[in-house]
Ligand binder design. Structure first.
Ligand code: SF4
Length: 343
């Protein structure tokens, strides 16, 4: 369980009664030679302790950029946060100087990346990289840092952790490397963990093991978990809520059961229909026609209109659909959400 007092010592001003994480009207753009790429156009969501929020969407819909903005690791330039708030326990992280933000990373909010091999340093042993975190951030002695590193590798179920502490990242399999990444992310006991496509590069069996491990560690530590993925199959078992993103906006947010049972946005519905099913053996897979829009040229009105089976004239005109309240805690940015839910 996270010690909130220790967190306040690191970042004064935290309010333990405030929501764990709130993202309000977040806008991120990339200023490139080809024009302004509007990667995030007003993302909103909240996260509570112990909750798993899945952010779902195709590549290029703004999921990873949202995570980078929360972490404060956006490449700037060309990336700029032009509007919005990212509040951790009431403190707007976007207003903090870089020195303070650095303390928040790993201590309060940590991230697991998709490709563990490129996220880990290839020239240092995993033991050294883990121990370094404890020595730099916790001021531990070499011996204590090593002991704590072995304990952590044990917690993420690396067999023979004591023997493997001297191995380099390339000496681990893909699944084991991802476990090392999880250990590094959890080393400083963060309250929020962001996992960006943590299982994409792994086969399905290892995928299930890693997701199981993440769920177990989250429960033990009562962490808020943001799981970024394009795979609706991965989130069904682990997420409490789902935010579906399209062209930089959250187009539907709902509890996991609601969204799977009766999606309220045509894009969420199309994503669900494109999951391969055993009872569809021999039939053609459903796909979402067309491609997500270039973020330098987002269509007028609803950004999904060129691909949407429900689109009508109003969908092709500005303003874009607002966030309609479908039910308490459930929203959809579709003018015709009633038709979509009602089918
Ligand atoms: Fe489709 Fe129109 Fe709804 Fe957009 S607003 S998702 S185009 S029906």
């Amino acid at each position: 369980m996270t010690d909130i007092k220790a967190k306040i010592d690191v970042l004064p001003g935290l309010d333990p009664r405030a929501p764990l994480l709130e993202v309000n009207d977040l806008h991120v753009e990339f200023r490139t030679q080809y024009g302004i790429s509007r990667a995030v156009n007003g993302a909103n969501f909240t996260l509570a302790p112990g909750e798993t929020l899945a952010i779902l969407g195709e590549s290029g819909c703004g999921k990873s950029v949202t995570a980078q903005a929360i972490m404060g690791i956006l490449d700037s330039p060309p990336g700029f946060i032009t509007k919005g708030e990212v509040k951790y326990r009431g403190v707007d992280l976007l207003k903090l100087p870089e020195k303070e933000r650095r303390k928040v990373r790993a201590n309060q909010i940590a991230m697991i990346f998709q490709d563990a091999l490129s996220a880990l340093n290839p020239v240092f042993t995993v033991g050294y990289q883990l121990a370094e975190l404890f020595r730099v951030h916790r001021g531990m002695s070499r011996g204590d840092a090593k002991k704590r590193s072995i304990e952590l590798l044990d917690q993420v179920k690396i067999p023979a952790a004591r023997a493997r502490i001297g191995d380099y990242p390339h000496q681990f399999s893909g699944g084991m490397r991802q476990r090392v990444m999880i250990a590094m992310a959890l080393a400083l006991d963060p309250e929020v963990l962001i996992a960006d496509e943590p299982t994409t590069a792994l086969d399905v069996t290892v995928q299930a093991q890693i997701m199981g491990l993440l769920a177990e560690l989250q429960q033990q530590r009562n962490m808020g978990l943001i799981l970024i993925t394009h795979d609706m199959g991965v989130v069904a078992d682990v997420a409490d809520r789902i935010s579906v993103m399209y062209a930089g906006k959250v187009v539907e947010e709902a509890g996991v059961y609601d969204i799977y049972a009766r999606p309220a946005h045509p894009y969420a519905k199309a994503l669900l229909e494109s999951i391969p099913r055993l009872d569809m053996k021999g039939q053609q897979l459903n796909v979402i026609k067309g491609l997500p829009p270039a973020l330098t040229a987002i269509p007028q009105g609803c950004a999904f209109n060129p691909r949407c089976a429900y689109a009508q004239d109003v969908c092709r005109q500005d303003p874009a659909p607002p966030s309609y309240i479908v039910a308490p805690g459930r929203t959809s940015r579709c003018h015709f959400w009633r038709d979509v839910v009602g089918e």
